[in-house]
Write a protein of this length. Sequence first.
Length: 528
Amino acid sequence: MLCAAMAVAGENASSSEHLGTVHFSISCNAAAQPQFDRAIALLHSFWYEEAVKAFTEVTQSDPRCAMGYWGIAMSLWYPLWYPPSQAVLQQGSAAVAQAKTTGAPTERERAYIAAIEAFYKDADTRDHRTRAVAYEKAMEQVHLRYPDDREATVFYALALDATAVPTDKTYANQLKAADLLAPVFAEQPNHPGVAHYLIHSYDYPPLASRALTAARRYATIAPSAPHALHMPSHIFTRLGLWQESIHSNRASAAASQQYARQVGAAGTWPEQLHAMDYLVYAYLQGAQDRDAKRVVDELLEIQKAVPENMVAAYAFAAIPARYALERRRWTDAAALTRHPQAFPWSQFRWAEAMTAFTRALGAARSGDVAHAQQEVDTLQSLHRALVDANQSYWADQVEIQRRAAAAWLAQAEGKPDEAVTLMRAAADLEASTDKLPVTPGPLVPARELFGELLLEVHQPAQALSEFETSLRTDTNRFNGWYGAARAAELSGDHAKAHTYYTNLVALCEQADTGRAELVEAKAFLAKP
């Protein structure tokens, strides 16, 4: 299935391990160098658990290797995922202190250690973003001071991606990172970090096509890393290449499950859950509903994730919600329950909001106004809690959901003008920001949902415009094509309706269920 990439040398790496080719020259002893290269390769594929172990082995091979402790500190911070806990920050600070105590013999190595120190320094008084930007600026200086050091370039590019502002639609940081990475990719085509970070740099609708080469290559560079098997699907999702996304995430989920067994994990590794979320999303776009149901059933058998982190919270909340909403099963959506019950949901209020939004939308579209109002009130409360906790990104995401749910509640109450105003406000707010890497996309794109509302209030021409706008950012979606086709048909634009229904049918070549919308599309196309 996957091409074998060149294995990284290292005493602890098996001959069948393929992580890509990385060389990060350090001043430690001969035994430590190949181990360090392997640890860097693990770090570049975000295999943080194994990277910590590998860097620890470096310090055991050479107790005087300060860069081994630098690597431990680097592996405790997940720059594109979520901030470290206070306990992890203390571990990282301790690793930096040990690196400084051990002492690095070269100015270059001391510069790397100083850069990661900038992230952990004063963690009790400085917020996460301030410290992340301090690291980015420090890595910029390392990059400028050592222009021939490719690893300095690569880590600086990652820092730029990590500090990109979600509301910056110029993508200044991401494009700068990509410009830094492109020549390194040409020079080192088997470097896992370069391919990986190019994908992240271009993981946005207007940019995604630029990363297709890196996406199709990354899994062949580091097929031993579960995240490397998954990561290409970020670009496949942005471009609506659903079968490639399915292939990618099936491989990643299987590899993640195997890894959890190998290490004797007491629960499911979140990397598997992450792949399952992307997998369900892709299955549902092609009406492969039975395949999606199998993933949902598998999820419902899982009772614990280890660790219980943001990635796990998102997948647990999103997967069953998507299965109900994408298939427009409003009664099922209204009755959605959180799973697993023992998960620490209160630590992830935005995940609780995903369930409340699904229930609200399901209730409103089923005509249960009282239930819908209750869930809209819950969304308002969760939004307030996130604002108070200074989680502005997630507060905005919940506000998008609140406005959308309130719009459909207003429609159920017979207030179409209010509904349109609220839904437009939700779509506009969503357009002002971007998704985090943890998700393939919102539960329902707000612009697409706006198009559906406009159809409900008998404004098909306006609905068509919203569906077409949505399809430019949320590409090749089942409900996007169907909505656009239906809106065009009702507007009297039969040429567009024919095109969009044709696209819908083509999208569903591997459908395993006969959705009503697909039956309708085929009936339209069969007309003389």
